[in-house]
Write a protein that binds this ligand. Structure first.
Ligand SMILES: *Cc1c(COP(=O)(O)O)cnc(C)c1O
Length: 437
């Protein structure tokens, strides 16, 4: 396997050394093949909001496996998860399941292009939307970690269709639209950026994107692959009160199995085959294993198919609403524990006289080694990656498993406990002292 991994961010190229080989995970912890145990803040890069091997997830997977792992035909499970997603995410009236976040964004872009009859798309520097051609321009995440420019292998003609603007820069977005009138099919954006490290949207940024796209007849796509059901049951769109035309989901909705989804207004979604003329398909799409894991995960987050169905009916009667049926309690608990961790990390960094900025949104955060606020890709890139590498190693040595890149998000799960946070803070206090110079 190139670099010994099946996804580049897993290699330790940016932080040095080689990655632990994981034997198993339980709750908030993973254990490697040498028997070392770590508190896990990667959580498979986002999906595991219930932690590893949650008993309910394991149980439904066993049951689902016994009934057959794939049929390539309609099942009740996919309908149930669809009802949950539609009920919970404000802007989704119709949804299609795919097998990864990459497939979701790729398909949503095709739909936006087919629907508007335009070819160009606008994405943000440092925004990651999977590895589809045309989405790799300044793609943050692994591309930034490895210092790769834009990937070879993407035809120039495709790359040219991708326009770029700095995140949180509405004026730049307006300029791009003025330079390319009637050419832009859509804006695709992470409503809270998580792949250049966590960067929340500035006040009015998302609402501004909604406005510009409407003015110019373009669609607004929220890539909520990481934020969906992590920040709130309705995703970032519920939190910030801005409704996109299309939403991409993944990660949490598969409960740790390969999954993705895209959805939006019925009028747009019906352009997909077989009701419409835009093609997209998948042998294993909506497979019972992923659907079962997704259903039980969303259930534990408070999204019930019943509540979702009621919500859906109520919405049809009452028009649009931002109220999603959520278990407020779990998101509040995640928020509180995470802020407890980040508040204390700041105190420890100050004590060690190390310049840091901590950006947090709900249960995800990034500790940037820099003295200036991080609001976009350019400011993220000013962080001291060499210091991050040493910090990462110092934490790993103390049993804390952080993402092996300055430009990724740390995540907490519902099974991270205060004791885990305390253990993490103890390690961080020592690690920060170690990276002072
Ligand atoms: C992880 C991620 C993707 C890609 O999802 P895969 O399942 O890895 O293909 C797309 N967009 C965002 C915002 C992500 O965080």
């Amino acid at each position: 396997m190139p670099g010994g991994v099946n996804s580049p961010v897993r290699a330790y190229q940016a932080v040095g050394g080689s990655p632990p080989v994981i034997a198993f995970g339980r709750g908030a912890r993973v254990t490697d093949v040498d028997g070392n145990e770590y508190i896990d803040y990667v959580l498979s890069w986002g999906p595991l909001i219930l932690g590893h091997a949650h008993p309910s997830v394991v149980q439904v997977l066993q049951r689902a496996a016994e009934r057959g792992t794939s049929f390539g035909a309609p099942t009740e499970l996919e309908a149930e998860l669809a009802r949950m997603v539609i009920g919970a995410v404000p802007s989704i009236e119709m949804v299609r399941f795919v097998n990864s976040g990459t497939e979701a964004t790729m398909s949503a872009l095709r739909l936006a292009r087919g629907y508007t009859g335009r070819d160009r798309i606008l994405k943000f520097e440092g925004g990651y939307h999977g590895h589809a051609d045309g989405l790799l321009a300044r793609a943050g995440s692994g591309v930034a970690t490895l210092g790769l420019p834009d990937s070879p292998g993407v035809p120039k003609a495709f790359a040219e269709q991708t326009l770029l603007a700095p995140y949180n820069d509405l004026a730049a977005v307006r300029r791009v639209f003025e330079q390319h009138p009637d050419e832009i099919a859509c804006i695709i954006v992470e409503p809270v950026a998580a792949n250049m490290g966590v960067v929340p949207p500035a006040d009015g940024f998302l609402a501004g994107l909604r406005e510009v796209t409407q003015e110019h007849g373009a669609l607004l796509i929220f890539d909520e692959v990481v934020t969906g059901f992590r920040l709130a049951a309705g995703g970032a769109q519920a939190l910030y009160g801005v409704e996109p035309d299309l939403t991409c989901l993944g990660k949490v909705i598969g409960g740790g199995l390969p999954v993705g989804a895209y959805g939006g207004r019925t009028e747009i979604m019906q352009r997909m085959a077989p009701t419409g003329d835009i093609y997209q398909a998948g042998t294993l799409s909506g497979n019972p294993m992923a659907m079962a894991a997704g259903i039980v995960t969303l259930s534990i987050l408070g999204v019930t198919p019943k509540a979702a169905a009621e919500q859906d009916a109520a919405r049809r009667d009452a028009g649009p609403s931002n109220e999603a049926p959520t278990n407020e309690g779990c998101y509040r608990a995640l928020d509180e524990l995470t802020s407890q961790l980040t508040d204390q990390l700041l105190v420890l960094a100050r004590r060690a006289e190390v310049d840091v900025q901590i950006n947090r949104a709900g249960s995800m955060f990034t500790l940037f080694f820099t003295d200036a606020p991080v609001t976009d890709y350019a400011s993220a890139k000013r962080a001291d990656t060499e210091r991050y590498a040493r910090f990462h190693r110092a934490m790993l040595d103390r049993g804390i498993y952080l993402p092996p890149s300055q430009f990724e998000a740390c995540m907490l799960s519902l099974v991270h406990m205060e004791a885990d946070v305390e253990e993490t803070l103890k390690a961080a206090g020592e690690a920060l002292q170690e990276v002072r110079t």
